[in-house]
Write a protein that binds this ligand. Sequence first.
Ligand code: 9MG
Length: 367
Amino acid sequence: MKRSIYLQPTAIFWDRSGRRAVDEADLPEWKGLPLAGGRLSFAALDVLTRGSPETKRRTVVLGDAFSGDWGREALAAADILEQLSEPRARLAGLSLDRPRIMGIINVTPDSFSDGGEFQTTRDAVEHGLRLIEEGADILDIGGESTRPQADDVGLNEELRRVIPVVEGLRAKTDAVISVDTRKAEVMRQAARAGADILNDVSAFTHEPDSLEIAADSGLPVIVMHAQGDPKTMNDNPQYDDVVLDVYDYLESRVQACISAGIPKSKIIADPGIGFGKHLHHNVAVMAGLALYHGLGVPILLGASRKKMIGQLCNVDDAKERVPGSLACAIAGVAAGVQIVRVHDVKETKQAIEVWRACSAGTEKGLD
Ligand code: 9MG
C-alpha cells in the first residue's frame, strides 16, 4: 500500500520534569507529545505528501496541528498521529521507554566486520556473556553473513553454528536472545532452544513458511527492509522516495505479520541500513528515522561498522568505524529509536549515557 501523507515528528526534546525551570503552561501542544510513549517528546510535525516527481514537506507546530483545519490531510494521517505517541509494549520483558542495546554475535567465518573471531561455540558464548557485562540488553546471534555479496549458507551449517550458541547462552544467562536468520527451520529450532526474538532481514519473505513458523513460536519478530537479496542488493537499488518507500514496505510487512497471527505488540520494524541502499539512500533514511514511529511499533537501527560510515569518512577497515558507529547510534536514539544493534556495546552504552545526561540535563543513568 502506498500512502499519500506521512508524518515525521520533529522538534524532539527530553521530558523536562526534574529540570531547573518549571513549565508555566499546561497546554499539551506547548509541552509536546510523548514520542512512542517514551521520555522524548515532539513539538512539531513534518507533513510529507507524496508527489510526482517530488515529495512535498510542510512543518506544522503541534498547536496548529490540533487547532488547524487540515481537511482531508487530517483524516489520511489521523491513525499515524495517534501511533506516534502511543506507548510501546514491553518486548520480551524489556520496557522500551529508554534505548536498548542489542549486541551482535556473528558466528560466521566471513562476516564483514568481525569475521573469524567467533567461529566456535565456546568463543561465541563467552563473547555474548562479555557483551551482557558491558551493558547489552539483547544479544543477536547470526550464522549467515548478510554483508553485500555474501554467499548463502546451507541449512545444516547454519543450524550447526547457531543452535549450540543459543543453548549455551540460555544455560548461562536470562538476557534476551535474538536469532538473526532467514530460515524457517532455524527459527523453529532456535525458539525451542530458548531464543526470545526472531530477527529476519528478509522480513519473513525468504522462505514461504517462515512467517507461519514465526507466528507459531509466539516470539516477537523483527521485520527489516531490504531491497533484493544480500548477494545482489547493492547493485542497482531503485526508489521513488527511499524514506517513504521503506515506510510503505515496513507497513505492509507489519500487516502481513498481524494477518499471520503475530500481535502488533510483538513486532519491531527496522529500516535496514545498507540493505539495497546506496550512500544517499542510507543517509536519507537516517535523517528520516523519526518518521517510522508512525508505524506504531518499536524501531530498531543497525548501522554499526557499516559501509555507509566507511564511505562518509573514507575508512576501509570496518573495525576502524567505531566512532562513526557511535554517531549513528546517537542519531538513532535522538530520533527515539528504541533499539540499536551494535558490535561495540561498552562504547555505545557510554555514548548514550553521556548524550542522555547532556541533553536531558540530568545525571540519572539509563536505568
Ligand atoms: C543481521 N543484520 C545485519 N544488519 C542488520 C540490521 O541493520 N538490522 C537487523 N535487524 N539485522 C541485521
